[in-house]
Design a binder for this molecule. Sequence first.
Ligand SMILES: Cc1cc2nc3c(=O)[nH]c(=O)nc-3n(C[C@H](O)[C@H](O)[C@H](O)COP(=O)(O)O)c2cc1C
Length: 375
Amino acid sequence: MTTVASSASRAAEILARPVALNGLTVPNRIAMAPMTRMFSPGGVPGEDVRSYYARRAAAGVGLIVTEGTYVGHDSAGQSDRVPRFHGEEQLAGWARVADAVHAAGGTIVPQLWHIGMVRKQGQPPFAEAPAVGPSGLRIDGTEGTGRAMTQEDLDDVIGAFAEAAAAAERAGFDGVELHGAHGYLVDQFLWAGTNRRTDAYGGDPVSRTRFAAEIAAAVRANVSADFPVIFRFSQWKQEAYDARLAETPEQLEAILAPLAAAGVDAFHASTRRYWLPEFEGSDLNLAGWTKKITGKPTITVGSVGLDGDFIGAFMGEGSPVQGLDNLLDRMERDEFDMVAVGRALLQDPEWAAKVLAGRFDELKPYDAASLKSLS
Ligand SMILES: Cc1cc2nc3c(=O)[nH]c(=O)nc-3n(C[C@H](O)[C@H](O)[C@H](O)COP(=O)(O)O)c2cc1C
């Protein structure tokens, strides 16, 4: 896993193929992974955010998945520097981002986000609202200062996601990604550790998926039939790396099947290292299993082009470059359809252009200092 060399023509052949996500044709197989950057004061993505994404589209990223952006619900977030996907100024800022990415030849979807019980303290405009979640439990099992969601809360949040998706289509985006991963609100429902409900939204995996599926169905109903809806999920949680939603392919199917039935067009299976097998007895990773189970296009992610995993990035750790042969082998076998790249693209806006042209010796190691600016 340490060689950097990979045949230039092979990388181009495999990665430069267009791929369809419902009605959208993405020009190649490279996606930018969603990465919170906190450079949007007042929740408004400005000129610097616009050029940050446009630079990467101009350098060959086929699909930008934006950083998580809060849906219009009082408890959705906690930082005033994270972009919001509601409000006139905020949506006008986002429309300019989408225009710039299109002008650069790329496609773009916003990642719609509600943080649920992860919320610790709020800044205005979130200061007053309580944290909410399926059972008022934080990832570590403590109660914190939040509360369990009422049916009215559930309906409000479902409506907020649906409204944000419609706003995305109006603003010229190419689809939406629903953030169902990493221990945030939607994932708090999926995971038994945080979902102790005894009503229709808790219990077995299918019941725990009900909230996510209702969001997906409401989003589907609020956008055009060919507008792609992507669902991102993970086994791991931000504050519990060893947590798992599914121990077996059957359990995974119990979660994914209702989502596909609700209108999800593609899945983004978030792992920290894409080369690790997900279940015993097979080499398939989580995206590979997801494609096998649902038949839907899937996106893989996790330490692509880098040796160290991204958790270290939050502790200031860098990472050396890693070769792409394992990834290309898997893509050649159609194990999954797209690859999302996080830190390598955060570090180097030219990453996709270099890979597509086989300029592997120009790939840069990741340096956590790159988090400090939007270059
Ligand atoms: C600075 C930073 C911010 C992130 N923010 C988000 C986010 O808003 N939404 C999300 O789903 N994942 C987020 N992630 C996870 C990435 O999308 C990706 O899954 C992870 O970095 C692994 O990919 P990599 O190894 O290529 O960096 C973030 C990662 C980093 C490094």
